[in-house]
Design a protein around this ligand. Structure first.
Ligand code: 5GP
Length: 195
């Protein structure tokens, strides 16, 4: 996924020490061709896993999750962050601490759309401290579903989420792993970079 790394390098903006803004192609404006490539890549990496459902969290996970579901030919379910009258009352719920907003919120998935015979692939835009994935795992466990792994667009390898989730025995496939980044020069280093 060199073109993903090139887009992160050329368009990403580092905020402070640990937040990366990629609003021009992933988190606000979305590049459909990039999403298509991402979906194809995750579907290839998790081929043979007999996945029946892709699970993500609204809103930034939806675009990569949707293309992954397209290429795996399975439905995509997104956990909702707010209670609303649109949502069934019978839901799986889990608390998630938000890295970007600070503070906790509840994610909810209707019991209609996750079942014990599902095999789930989690998709998310970023992996930082792993809280979002732990919340999704909680929901998958409540449903009694099995978990094939997690596909992450951008993992910040200098934070501990990747280690935490892999230590739980979950397969994590990240398309770009950032090993360091600095605000001053907006310099971003990836795992696998020379030097
Ligand atoms: P975690 O739950 O792994 O701590 O954080 C992952 C979630 O926080 C992702 O769903 C993503 O929305 C958000 N997030 C974490 N770090 C960043 C970041 O550096 N940039 C952006 N845009 N979102 C982030």
């Amino acid at each position: 996924m060199d073109y993903l790394k090139n887009m992160i390098r050329s368009q990403g903006r580092v905020i402070g020490t640990d937040v990366l803004k990629v609003d021009s192609f992933l988190n606000h404006q979305v590049d459909p061709h990039l999403m298509e490539g991402i979906g194809r890549e995750f579907a290839t990496r998790f081929a043979g896993e007999k996945i029946t459902k892709v699970l993500t969290i609204e809103s930034s996970g939806i675009a990569p999750a949707l293309f992954t579901g397209l290429f795996l030919d399975v439905p995509v379910v997104f956990a909702k962050k707010t209670a609303s009258r649109n949502l069934d009352e019978d839901t799986f719920q889990a608390p998630v601490y938000s890295f970007t907003r600070g503070g906790e919120y509840i994610i909810r998935v209707s019991k209609r759309y996750l079942h014990a015979d599902d095999r789930i692939l989690f998709i998310d835009d970023f992996l930082a401290q792993g809280r979002a994935l732990v919340g999704l795992l909680d929901i998958a466990n409540q449903a009694g579903a099995s978990v094939a792994g997690a596909g992450i667009v951008i993992e910040k390898g200098f934070q501990d989420g990747g280690k935490r989730i892999r230590e739980m025995g979950i397969r994590v496939e990240s398309l770009a792993i950032i090993t360091s980044m600095s605000e001053e020069e907006s310099r971003i280093q990836f795992s696998g970079d020379a030097g």
